[in-house]
Design a protein around this ligand. Sequence first.
Ligand SMILES: Cc1ncc(COP(=O)(O)O)c(C=O)c1O
Length: 434
Amino acid sequence: MVFKNSIDLYKKAVELVPGGVNSPVRAFKSVNREAPIFVKKGQGAKIWDEDNNEYIDYICSWGPLILGHNHPKVIEEVKKIIENGSSYGLPTKYEVDLAELIVEIVPSVEKVRLTTSGTEATMSAVRLARAYTQRNKILKFEGCYHGHSDALLVKSGSGLLTEGYQDSNGITDGVLKDTLTLPFGDIEKVKEVLKSKDVACVIVEPIPANMGVIETHKRFLQELRKITEETGTILIFDEVISGFRLALGGAQEFFGITPDLTTLGKIIGGGYPVGAFGGKKEIMDLVAPVGRVYHAGTLSGNPIASKAGFATISYLKKNPNIYKELEEKTNYLIDNIEILAKKYSINVCVNSMGSLFTIFFIDIDKVENLKDSLKSNTKNFSIYFNTMLENGIVVPPSQFEAHFLSMAHTKKELNRTLEVIEMAFKKIGEKSGK
Ligand SMILES: Cc1ncc(COP(=O)(O)O)c(C=O)c1O
């Protein structure tokens, strides 16, 4: 495979943009490549790069494209309004349509505010929780990623883990002091911390997907709900990834647990920039202009993004079988990956929830939290990534991210994926002398 055009673009980009990319994981640094691929177009389960290489895609824009690239229904809806104008800084019907659908589907959401990204959604939800409870401290879990606002960039996952650290520079001691962190799943420690009743909120990815996928135990979320209720602490489910993916109503519907506030993003924009935070009316009505918790945005609730999100969610609502089908496809891959791992004597642990999965190259049965996930053999992951890429399959360029499946992935593509995984495992087995 030739990557010349991508390499040339990267050389130019690094002179203009820090690291040549607008989001760190895209640089492919942790998987030891000279340059990332620069994408030209996508269709269904595939993307093409600037050298015209074709790939089966397991990034799917990191989650939004549950229907696959360029889904005709989404394009049709976007086309209906794209020539009318792009953004007005005034309300549009499309924001109301999307809000109505979110309120109808997501159990905890009685009122919702649209933002432009997931980062803004989580940042505003935390501010709202602080205003509502009149408390300063917040609690998050190690390895969970909630975007890049100051308060949430502590013991964080995703790109930070990929780059080999967990806390960003440039955050004041005051902010750091107010963000408490605990290992995911450790309910006894949570109970201890919340006892003092000075924590505004607990924010959690109900299925963590930013330290690799962690298979959440329902009991942990149930106990989290109970203890937050008992201590007057706001429970925020960050469903930027799991919303409309694990089930139509997200992880809260899947587990039957209702948080006080929910943050959303990705799927609700159908591939366009969007985010949202919502919850009980009583709390949401503290947001300006009703209350004095300020949130605003020039492009918040952008009409094109709202229309694309509305089209995507409407499609999911009309075709509820999608979730079962996605899980079946994921399980088909995973079952075969486990067989291949045995065949080549490779140590792997595959974690999955719905249509998300991570192959940890690791010698333990289950990866339950960040401490476990950090034990992964990232050298083996790198061999895996590079073998996949050089044979036409794009997987996340990091051990600490999720593979995303879409409705557009066919059996033929899954089988081709397994063929290449076999090549990768064979190489890993040979390198480790097995
Ligand atoms: C769980 C979670 N929350 C928040 C965010 C931040 O969203 P955005 O990248 O749209 O700012 C992400 C991004 O991947 C995420 O995975």
